[in-house]
Design a protein around this ligand. Structure first.
Ligand SMILES: [Fe+2]
Length: 218
């Protein structure tokens, strides 16, 4: 076995991911690959009825903050594979997660994962897709994958935020919203943060406003 392969196999899995993403690897004198850090995906905010779109993070933050919605972006060099446990994912984001939870008085965090192998995905999607509110903030940090949060604020045009890896969104309690991970090939891995998990129960508004935007494509 080549010495570089022996070296790579001896490295702990988390460190290995970091090295593969940031290092110049030369398996032989003839083959040399430079692997760059994974690009930071950007959130996109859209106002379909106005044909408007914002992709600059500072402007997105200002737009949302002005409406009482917290938005942030956290970065982490760890890349998780499918075997990563909830504890490993939460630990990797501890430096951002812990102060955020302490400041907001949040008590628990877990990790949800939805992908094309998720059983009963259509039923799960339908549960998120109808406009609803919660009795506590709905906070999601996107570890991987993506999803679309829709907001229906009083007296304002409906807007949505495409959340991707690194995006943190906090939907205030009582805010009318819905969420979609897509009809086909869903992929979301997100940290959920709670004061009390019972606060996450959806209270449906029954307006069916979400149907007006069902053909929206980012
Ligand atoms: Fe919700």
């Amino acid at each position: 076995m080549n010495s570089w392969l022996k070296y790579i196999q001896s490295v702990p899995i988390f460190l290995k991911h970091y090295l593969f993403l940031s290092t110049k690897i030369c398996p032989t004198a003839d083959i040399c690959v430079i692997l760059q850090p994974k690009a930071f995906n950007m959130a996109i905010l859209s106002i379909p009825d106005e044909g408007a779109r914002i992709s600059e993070p500072k402007q997105i933050r200002e737009f949302l903050n002005a409406r009482g919605i917290f938005f942030d972006q956290w970065h982490c060099d760890v890349v998780f594979d499918d075997t990563a446990t909830q504890e490993e994912i939460i630990e990797a984001y501890r430096k951002d997660l812990q102060p955020f939870m302490e400041k907001g008085g949040y008590l628990t965090a877990d990790v949800i994962s939805i992908n094309k192998l998720t059983e009963n995905y259509d039923a799960i999607r339908a549960k998120f897709l109808a406009e609803h509110t919660h009795s506590e903030d709905e906070i999601r940090f996107f570890v991987d994958g993506k999803g679309l949060f829709w907001f229906h604020l009083e007296g304002q045009p409906v807007f949505n935020l495409l959340c991707e890896q690194g995006d943190l969104i906090s939907v205030p309690e009582g805010t009318k919203h819905w969420f979609d991970a897509g009809e086909k090939d869903p992929f979301v891995k997100a940290i959920r943060i709670f004061i009390d998990m019972s606060g996450w129960v959806p209270h449906y508004t029954g307006t069916e406003i979400e149907k007006r935007y069902s053909d929206f494509e980012i």
